[in-house]
Design a protein around this ligand. Structure first.
Ligand code: NAG
Ligand code: NAG
Ligand code: NAG
Ligand code: NAG
Ligand code: NAG
Ligand code: NAG
Ligand code: NAG
Ligand code: NAG
Ligand code: NAG
Length: 602
């Protein structure tokens, strides 16, 4: 039945009297004007005082005439000593203000109307403006009545009718369990004050709410709809016309409704670190009966929702527990397998926050049933607590650490332990600076493009990569021959921390190029990757080429030394003083001294 609830005030609107008397003395050729001060549509609460405020200009002391509809009700000459002339029938309600505005005192509902104010000045003409006044009462004593009173499943049309004992309803909104019933579907129709439900179903049962609104108030009423299950006991009476004998037979007609979907099995860890097996199968008439098979205590049977709490034991690890649900219309089952956390590898992600700090996220995810809870320790066994620098995600699997400087991350060590009632696994993580574990180069057939790929160690912090090249310019307009910088590595592409490959185009198949990848984390730059070479010819590796390049000055030195030794031996043979012959090579100002010394030490 309807729950009656008093209305409440939504917005008490009192129109303020504006003494904005805007009389302008503009002389005989002024234009006479009158206009509302504020909106021309005015809502008022019944019994309150409301003022229809006007301002006029163009002439002093004009004659004012107020009409309700087409009926004149008040006249006055502004500023005159006489009292305004108010129609007798309205004298209790209407009051004229000094500026010509009209006040309604204790305004009754019946004063909802169109109002016109007209100002007249002899020799100047007439000006007028309009108001629409709407008087409301608070909505009170709203209720919902079902029709028919008993909501029986299968009814062709069932309706909920709303009523209020006081107040004009401008808008109605119906809700079922908080969700608005909007459209005129084939199932629902919204009429003036009714909600019609066609082909009433059990699913229509629930809490209906109705919101009633007008400009100044709002009320809400509720109605709990119960749809009756058509099943029950039917009695049949038989009477023999001739003998008058009677027999009565009672039969019970069960009406079944299947439960929703299939049963759902789950297992949770309790706060005591026990395992709670659960089996749920909602809905259905009658409720389905549920039982766990293959568990030592299978006596348990329940309607719709079954729990069984067991102490963890090795037997339960990887044991599939089956729940069987039985209902007159069908039988269905589900199963769940609890298992301890498996071995895992922590994973690391790096980002840069808006404050410029690097945010490193360490993920410790170990598959387990029930889900593993992760605990985090810092070096020295100190527990990590969430704060400004460290944050642990709500599900405990992610630890986010924030620092400005990469070296701060590399100092600490984190241990994560993934545990559930059946066991635990732990891992210790020491983060690595930006580094590259391996790289490779794949050219196309023509030798004009290459794909460079690389890998990063799992715990390395990397926010970006610099792809560097040594060789002729890639842009042919600069000229392939301009090899002035070709001996140095130069940056040709920048890649984000997630990248693991880069494509390089416009290579000259007749030239030789070297590539390498330089990892970085924030402003910290890591060791470059191994060099990768592409080009025609000997197929010498980068190292070999470096060897040859280093070899050339050595050969020159060897030749030079050989010449020098030859000269010395010749001098010695000629019995020339050793000191004077060595002098050119040992004089401090002679730059050849250092290379020579180096060569000797090789
Ligand atoms: C009031 O005036 C409006 C137009 O301004 C008109 O539509 C409405 O019917 C009038 N109402 C009454 C009660 O005269
Ligand atoms: C609203 O209900 C209350 C009590 O239920 C009653 O006292 C009051 O008179 C009712 N108001 C109207 C307008 O019927
Ligand atoms: C729903 O349809 C009925 C007629 O079938 C109509 O009177 C009513 O205004 C409609 N309501 C809405 C909200 O569209
Ligand atoms: C309707 O049901 C709700 C719970 O669903 C309950 O709190 C409320 O009191 C019921 N209202 C009526 C009028 O029975
Ligand atoms: C039908 O009758 C049986 C036995 O007479 C009784 O137990 C049961 O409650 C009745 N059911 C209804 C819906 O009245
Ligand atoms: C559990 O059920 C199975 C088969 O339904 C039965 O063999 C076993 O004895 C039952 N165990 C207990 C403890 O009732
Ligand atoms: C457990 O359920 C899955 C599907 O939910 C099914 O494929 C499997 O056969 C079931 N296992 C047992 C032991 O009942
Ligand atoms: C844990 O929460 C994070 C977000 O806070 C989410 O990205 C992650 O997938 C969740 N992990 C698990 C195992 O639920
Ligand atoms: C990072 O911190 C170390 C020592 O804490 C300091 O030596 C180094 O200069 C810092 N680097 C940057 C880029 O701030």
């Amino acid at each position: 039945m309807g729950l009656k609830q008093p209305g409440h005030l939504r917005g008490h609107k009192t129109t303020v009297v504006f003494f904005a008397l805007m009389v302008t003395l503009t002389g005989a050729d002024g234009l006479l004007e009158v206009s509302p001060v504020g909106p021309s549509r005015v809502n008022a609460l019944a019994g309150s005082r409301v003022t229809l405020s006007v301002s006029f200009s163009g002439a002093p002391d004009p004659v004012v005439l107020w009409s309700i509809g087409s009926l004149p009700v008040v006249t006055w000459t502004i500023g005159s000593a006489d009292r305004p002339d108010v129609a007798d029938a309205h004298a209790d309600v209407l009051e004229l203000e000094e500026d010509g505005s009209l006040s309604l005192v204790g305004v009754p509902l019946s004063y909802s109307h169109n109002y016109t104010v007209e100002i007249t000045k002899s020799g100047l003409g007439v000006a007028r403006t309009h108001f629409i006044l709407k008087v409301y009462e608070h909505l009170q004593n709203a209720s919902i009545t079902p029709d028919p009173a008993l909501a029986v499943e299968g009814l062709v049309v069932f309706s909920l009718r709303s009523s209020v004992q006081r107040g004009e309803v401008e808008r109605r909104r119906w809700f079922l369990e908080g969700a608005e019933i909007r459209s005129n579907s084939s199932h629902y129709s919204l009429r003036e004050e009714q909600l019609l439900i066609r082909q009433l179903r059990r699913g229509d049962a629930g809490r209906y709410s109705l919101q009633l609104l007008n400009a100044l108030s709002e009320v809400e009423v509720h109605f709990n709809l119960t749809v009756l299950s058509q099943g029950g006991n039917y009695t049949c009476q038989l009477r023999n016309e001739k003998s008058g004998a009677r027999r009565t037979v009672s039969i019970s007609v069960p009406i079944y409704d299947r439960p929703l979907g299939d049963p759902a099995c789950s297992v949770l860890a309790t706060t005591n670190n026990d395992l709670q097996y659960r089996c749920q199968w909602p809905g259905g008439v009658p409720k389905p009966s549920l039982a766990f098979l293959s568990l030592s205590s299978n006596a348990s049977a329940a309607a719709g929702d079954l729990h069984l709490t067991l102490a963890p034991s090795e037997d339960l690890d990887w044991k599939t527990v089956v729940c069987r649900g039985q209902h007159p219309l069908l039988t269905s089952s589900c199963n769940v397998t609890a298992r301890q956390p498996v071995e895992f590898l922590p994973r690391v992600g790096v980002g840069v926050g808006s404050d410029g700090r690097m945010a490193v996220t360490i993920a410790c995810v170990s598959h387990a049933v029930p889900d593993a809870v992760v605990t985090w320790l810092r070096e020295g066994g100190q527990a990590v607590t969430s704060g400004n620098q460290h944050q642990i995600s709500a599900n405990t699997t992610l630890l986010t650490v924030r620092h400005f400087n990469v070296s701060e991350f590399l100092r600490d060590r984190f241990t994560c332990t993934c545990a559930n009632p059946l066991g635990h696994k732990a891992r210790t993580t020491r983060l690595l600076g930006p580094s590259i574990s391996e790289s490779s180069l794949l050219p196309n057939l023509e030798g004009t493009a290459v794909t460079l790929t690389w890998e990063v160690p799992p715990l390395s912090l990397v926010t970006g990569f610099d792809i560097q090249m040594r060789g002729p310019a890639l842009d042919p307009t600069i000229g392939r021959s301009s090899e002035f910088r070709s001996l140095e590595f130069r940056s040709i592409q920048v890649k984000p921390g997630s990248a693991r490959s880069a494509g390089i185009l416009n290579l000259d198949p007749k030239s030789t190029y070297h590539f390498r990848v330089v990892p970085s984390a924030g402003r910290t730059v890591g060791e470059p990757s191994k060099q990768q070479r592409i080009g025609p010819g000997t197929g010498l590796s980068g190292a070999a080429i470096a060897g040859i390049a280093a070899g050339i000055p050595c050969s020159i030195l060897a030749l030079f030394t050989f010449t020098a030794l030859l000269y010395l031996s010749v001098s010695y043979c000629k019995n020339t003083a050793l000191y004077s012959s060595l002098y050119p090579f040992t004089h401090p100002s002679n730059p050849l001294l250092i290379p020579l010394a180096l060569y000797s030490s090789l």
